[in-house]
Every structure is written in structure tokens, then in C-alpha cells.
Design a protein around this ligand. Structure first.
Ligand code: ADP
Ligand code: ASP
Ligand code: MG
Length: 423
């Protein structure tokens, strides 16, 4: 008998029919002798709807007091889901019980809207499992030490599921979603994208951090830290397919680099439309300038991603960096009002219509010339590169947003990701 955690995303939970299907699938696993914990997301569109209501009442505020209430509101989507799924399981003849984050409890810090899980008390869940129940736990939410409800950031149900699997030392965590695995890139952008049978943990971490929303990055971090066996697979297969076949389907995140993976120099392409670029023009090129600019930005709790500083000829230089689009307005204001005058910048400009496109692969470690192949292929499409950043296993470029799909398709082709894997 194994302890298995299933996670179902919003689309998989989108209608009563789909919830019934989830229940039938979970019942099949339970009847095969497994102890089952199920972590569903809110029904598709529900979290957006809830946050949209809040925005109607307060379009611009981002005070801590408001963030607390956003979590209060957003967490209800998952509460509805667990209740519905428990009912559907009961209708399938299963003994099932649902819990919200605070009932388990899933303890988090108090960073509203992006809280981090600190610990999970699994005593109650274990007792239920021992009594033969299927336990349904909300994704996306937890509770801080003062009993405030918190949420884990968009896409956070993945992290709830993996964290629960880690805390309970589950045999496997299966992430059921609306695609049948992790692809070489988002199959909605590149129809030729190929499903990967396995992807290394490191590559998955990069893909997630660079924008592939198939798994929330923190879920991959948890899986890595606690070595949780993790698989991404489809919730849209018939619920009654052979369980052994289902258990092998999708994409397995692996912790060992096998030879086959090393042959694929680039494993995947990620993209991210969530960033914006800000630039200080004509700042004095002298020691300490980066700190004078980025220090106050960090103090304002604005995360910076790609940074570029030009070479100067006349003692003046331009300094650009990217921030999350949600922080763009605040960053511009900070630069215009405080930082710009302090460093005697000539001008502050910004651009929200950018995107970041990245190639990822552990094989890049041992191969030279990969980045230049990327740049060549973008230049052949006439796409201008605004910023570049590299690490051992990825190269990212910032380009005009309107070329994003073109760039992703061109790179997918250039690195032959549409071709079958060598065997
Ligand atoms: P869920 O609601 O199940 O959590 P998400 O929408 O969060 O689903 O994640 C699944 C989506 O991730 C897919 O529909 C797909 O469009 C997108 N996606 C982005 N990059 C990839 C990738 N490399 N492989 C598979 N799916 C990807
Ligand atoms: N419902 C939450 C969201 O839409 C969490 C999730 O789906 O993982 O972001
Ligand atoms: Mg998701």
C-alpha cells in the first residue's frame, strides 16, 4: 500500500462533471489499495473572479491590510473545491473528508499573497487515512501564527500538494493538469512542442523560474529539497484507464542526470511576459552607482531580475533593469522622485511591452556556442535583443513583447526540439 498525493488544477476541477471525473479517478486509486490525499485548486476562473471583485472596490491599494483581505477572499475558491470534491467522492461510495489550510493546519509565514509554508501537521490527516478515508485538502492556502488566512501565490496549489507529499513522506505526488506532461515549451504557443518523458529537477526548476507555469517554482523547490517523486500528467484521460499505465504516463521529474538527457543540449524554452524594463539614462559612471540605484529598489521590496549597465565613453552611462509588471509603477515613481535625482540621472524611461525568452538545458554546461546559436536564430528573424543574461544551464534574452511567439517558435526549431529524442 502506498501513500499517494494527487493534485488537480483549476481546469480539471472546472465543472461538476469534471469534479465527478476527478472523484472517479481518485476512487479508482483508493480501491487499488492506496492511501489517498487529494489537493484541488479553485474551479477555473474562480481565483481571478474573486480577486477581480476586490479590485473593483479598491483598484490601486496594496497595503498590508488590503493584502490580508485578498487572501481571505482568494482562499474561498479552494474551500468550495474541497467541499465539492468530498461530496463527489462520497457519491462514489468513498469515505471522504475535506479540510482547509487552517484546519490541517498548514502553517505559513505572514507574507500575504505569497506566503511560504513553514510546517504541516499531518496528525489529523494520518488518522483519517488510517480510518480508511480519502482526505481532500485545499491547495493554495495556509494560516500564519496569528491565525490569519494566507495564500501561497498564483499557481500555489502545486506547492501545497508537494509540501503535503513531503511532510507525509508520500510515495509519489501526481500533478494532474490540462496538458499531458511537461513539454519542450508551452504547447499552446508551439503546437509542435514535444512531451518530455523525464526532465531533470534542475531543468524543471529553471523552466518554472523562467515562466513555464505548468508547475509553480516553489513546488519544484520543495520536490528538490525533500526528494519528492513528482510527475505531471493529464486529468483528461478517461478516468478508468489502466492504473499501471496511468502511473507511468506524463512527465517524471528526475533527480539523477541520465545519459539520454545529457544528449539534448537544450531541453526546453520558457518565456515570461510578467516583467517590465526601467532605465536611468545618463548616470555618472563611478563606483557605487549600481548600489545607489538598486539599494533603494531592494529597500522598497521590489525584486529585480535582469540588469544591464552600458560601457561609458564620456563618464556617463545608462543603467537598465527589469522588475515584475506589478511593481513597475512603483519602480518608476521611486526612480523619478528619489533615486534619479540622487544619482543625477538625465532621464528615467520605462517599457512594459517586453518579454523574456529563455533556453534551458543541463547539456549547455558541456557545450560551447549554444548562446550564439540562439542569438543567430533571433537575428535571422530580425528580432532585436535588448538584454541578455546567462547561467550554467540557461540563456535568457529580453525582447519586444510583440516578437515573443515568433522567437519561441524560431528557437524551438533551431534547437530541433520538435524532433524525436535520440535513443
Ligand atoms: P493547472 O490549473 O492544472 O494548475 P496551469 O494552467 O497552471 O494548470 O498549468 C498548465 C499550463 O501550463 C498548460 O495548459 C500550458 O499552457 C502551460 N505550460 C507552459 N509551459 C509549459 C510546458 N513547458 N509544458 C507544458 N505546459 C506548459
Ligand atoms: N487557484 C489558485 C490560482 O488560480 C491556485 C492554483 O490554481 O494553483 O492561482
Ligand atoms: Mg497551475
Amino acid at each position: 500500500m502506498a501513500l499517494i498525493v494527487h493534485k488537480y488544477g483549476g481546469t480539471s476541477m472546472g465543472t461538476p462533471d469534471r469534479i465527478r471525473n476527478v472523484a472517479k479517478r481518485v476512487a479508482k486509486w483508493a480501491r487499488a489499495g492506496h492511501q489517498m490525499v487529494v489537493v484541488p485548486s479553485a474551479m477555473s476562473g474562480e481565483t481571478n473572479r474573486l480577486l477581480g471583485l476586490a479590485k473593483e472596490l479598491s483598484p490601486t491599494s496594496s497595503t498590508a491590510a488590503l493584502m490580508r483581505e485578498l487572501d481571505m477572499i482568494a482562499a474561498t475558491g479552494e474551500q468550495v473545491s474541497v467541499g465539492l470534491l468530498a461530496i463527489a467522492l462520497q457519491a462514489e461510495g468513498m469515505d471522504a473528508v475535506s479540510y482547509t489550510g487552517w484546519q490541517v493546519p498548514v502553517a505559513t509565514d505572514n507574507s500575504y499573497t505569497k506566503a511560504r509554508i513553514e510546517s504541516i501537521d499531518d496528525a489529523k490527516v494520518r488518522a483519517d487515512l488510517a480510518a480508511g478515508k480519502v482526505v481532500v485538502i485545499t491547495g493554495f492556502q495556509g494560516v500564519d501564527e496569528d491565525n490569519n488566512i494566507t495564500t501561497l501565490g498564483r499557481g500555489g496549489s502545486d506547492t501545497s500538494a508537494v509540501a503535503i507529499a513531503a511532510a507525509m513522506k508520500a510515495n509519489e505526488c501526481l500533478i494532474y493538469t490540462d496538458v499531458d506532461g511537461v513539454y519542450t515549451t508551452d504547447p499552446r504557443i508551439v503546437p509542435d512542442a514535444r512531451r518530455l518523458h523525464t526532465i531533470s529537477f534542475e531543468e524543471m526548476l529553471e523552466m518554472a523560474s523562467l515562466g513555464s507555469k505548468v508547475l509553480q517554482i516553489r513546488s519544484v523547490e520543495f520536490a528538490g529539497k525533500y526528494k519528492v517523486p513528482l510527475r505531471v500528467l493529464s486529468s483528461f484521460t478517461p478516468w478508468d484507464i489502466d492504473i499501471n499505465e496511468e502511473a507511468k504516463s506524463g512527465t517524471l521529474i528526475t533527480f539523477e542526470e541520465d545519459e539520454k538527457m545529457e544528449q539534448a543540449v537544450v531541453s526546453g524554452i520558457a518565456f515570461n511576459r510578467d516583467e517590465a524594463k526601467v532605465t536611468l539614462l545618463g548616470v555618472p559612471d563611478k563606483p557605487g552607482i549600481a548600489f545607489q540605484i538598486l539599494g533603494p529598489v531592494a529597500d522598497a521590496n521590489i525584486d529585480v531580475d535582469v540588469i544591464i549597465q552600458n560601457v561609458s565613453q564620456d563618464g556617463k552611462t545608462d543603467f537598465s533593469f527589469t522588475v515584475h509588471r506589478n511593481d513597475y509603477q512603483r519602480a518608476i515613481e521611486l526612480l523619478e522622485k528619489t533615486v534619479g535625482p540622487a544619482v543625477q540621472a538625465a532621464k528615467v524611461i520605462g517599457d512594459t511591452r517586453i518579454c523574456k525568452v529563455s533556453i534551458v538545458g543541463i547539456g549547455m554546461r558541456s557545450h560551447a556556442g549554444i548562446a550564439s546559436k540562439m542569438f543567430r536564430s533571433l537575428s535571422e528573424e530580425g528580432i532585436n535583443i535588448q538584454m541578455i543574461t546567462t547561467s550554467e544551464i540557461k540563456t535568457s534574452v529580453v525582447i519586444d513583447e510583440k516578437y515573443m511567439e515568433l522567437a519561441v517558435r524560431a528557437l524551438h526549431r533551431a534547437f530541433e526540439l520538435d524532433q524525436p529524442l535520440p535513443v
